[in-house]
Design a binder for this molecule. Structure first.
Ligand SMILES: Cc1cc2nc3c(=O)[nH]c(=O)nc-3n(C[C@H](O)[C@H](O)[C@H](O)COP(=O)(O)O)c2cc1C
Length: 413
């Protein structure tokens, strides 16, 4: 397939290219949310309620997006979220995506459910790679998997905790898209009417490694998996508790993060269990449909843990200004899921690089227009918040203190 990402001026353009290229069932699997897609829409509209308050006549010519996460410097406050489906956007798309992340100097998170084996991604892409874990009912298999990730050289473990039950995504059932992929009467027309994807992605797998499947699964599970609608075949676990996290803390010697936190009490519990970071996330609006937009709960979650752990966020970020708003509200960096999947579908490594580049340019422009020279300068004094963002200083002493702190930092700089 040819790289078409050069035609894209923003993430919405990349999405449109992906929509044209991918079979409808696959595009919907990536693009849509759960049930009535309230959370999906709200993830976007929440950003519109937050305004940026610029300062002028500051020399911003030397501005930088560098951030330090868990003691390591990165070129931008952006991280590739785990999605497990980059390998269906492009042949071995996980490698393409991870290479783009490495070239951009940002971390990339490989999902348990990816189609390319973790060792191969490490070998062929390198860079800062994190591994995302879904726990299986048989904990010992999950523990073996994280040992595999440790041996392969993954620097951090991201444990996803918002999947006690699979999200209700009815379109996957209607579209008949399954993993391992299997031809059904329903999806065959969809696939043959997208010959670029059929020949450029599916046929390449079939001629080399066979039908795409979950390459990180242990043989015991791989053999047991029968084709299930995408998103329902992960064998998710509804018995996971904080005790499991304590065990993981003992087993995993490097950075440990918990993904899918929306409640301040859970943020505190994650810190108490020894996690180094959390990802405030509603899974991109794909699981609990009436969950809040992560950006709306970020201030109270960040206040709850203070400096104890690193707070990251994802869900709905499509513009550099969205990223800047989250950083000003206390996140250290932002994860993106769909934007780089659209990019990978539009042009493999070049397309993923285009998506990252769009964020880089947009963040750069917003920083200049805000009068901001470094990420550390961003704070509540750069924002005008609606009451619903939870960080309004009136009646919120912690937010008021943070506002004073950031005003003081701005005055001193
Ligand atoms: C197609 C797709 C597959 C996903 N698979 C996983 C997964 O395997 N594990 C996980 O923790 N999150 C998964 N997610 C959620 C993302 O990690 C992330 O939370 C979400 O995409 C962020 O929202 P955004 O897509 O609006 O950036 C997936 C998201 C998408 C779009």
């Amino acid at each position: 397939m040819k790289d078409q990402s050069g035609d894209a001026h923003n993430i919405a353009d990349l999405r449109e290219i992906a929509r044209r290229r991918l079979p409808k069932g696959l595009f919907e699997f990536v693009d849509r949310g759960s049930e009535d897609e309230v959370a999906l829409r709200n993830n976007r509209s929440a950003f519109e309620k937050i305004k940026l308050k610029p300062r002028n006549l500051i020399d911003v010519s030397g501005r930088t997006q560098q951030v330090t996460l868990f003691g390591k410097q990165h070129k931008m406050p952006l991280i590739i979220a785990p999605t497990g489906s980059a390998g269906l956007m492009w042949h071995e798309g996980e490698i393409q995506l991870a290479r783009a992340a490495a070239a951009a100097g940002i971390p990339c998170t490989l999902a348990t459910g990816s189609m390319t084996a973790m060792e191969k991604v490490m070998e062929q892409a390198g860079g800062t790679l994190w591994f995302q874990l879904y726990m299986w009912p048989d904990r010992s298999l999950s523990h073996k998997l994280i040992e595999r990730a440790r041996v392969a050289g993954y620097e951090a473990l991201v444990v996803t905790v918002d999947g006690a039950a699979p999200g209700n995504r009815e379109y996957n059932l209607r579209n008949g898209f399954t993993i391992p992929f299997s031809f059904t009467r329903r999806n065959v027309t969809d696939v043959v009417t997208h010959p670029g994807w059929l020949l450029g992605v599916l046929a390449k797998y079939m001629l080399t490694t066979g039908m795409p499947r979950y390459e990180n699964y242990p043989t015991e599970l791989k053999n047991k998996i029968t084709a299930a609608p995408m998103g329902r075949s992960m064998m998710r676990n509804d018995t996971l508790t904080w005790d499991d996290l304590r065990v993981l803390r003992k087993l995993w010697p490097h950075t440990l993060m918990v993904k899918g936190i929306l409640h301040p009490q859970d943020a505190i519990l994650a810190a108490d269990c020894g996690a180094d970071g959390i990802i405030v996330s509603n899974h991109g609006g794909r699981n609990l449909d009436s969950s809040p937009a992560p950006i709306d709960v970020l201030p109270e979650v960040a206040d709850a843990v203070g400096n104890r752990i690193t707070v990251l966020i994802d869900s709905g970020f499509r513009r550099g200004s969205d990223v800047v708003k989250a950083l000003a509200l206390g996140a250290k960096a932002v994860m993106v899921g769909r934007p780089t999947l659209y990019g990978t579908a539009a042009g493999g490594e070049a397309g993923a690089a285009r998506a990252i580049g769009i964020f880089r340019d947009e963040i750069n422009r917003v920083m200049a227009l805000l009068g901001c020279r470094s990420i550390g300068e961003l704070g509540l004094n750069s924002l005008i918040l609606p009451e619903s963002a939870g960080g309004h200083a009136a009646g919120n002493p912690k937010a008021a203190l943070r506002l004073l702190d950031s005003a003081r930092a701005a005055a001193e700089s």
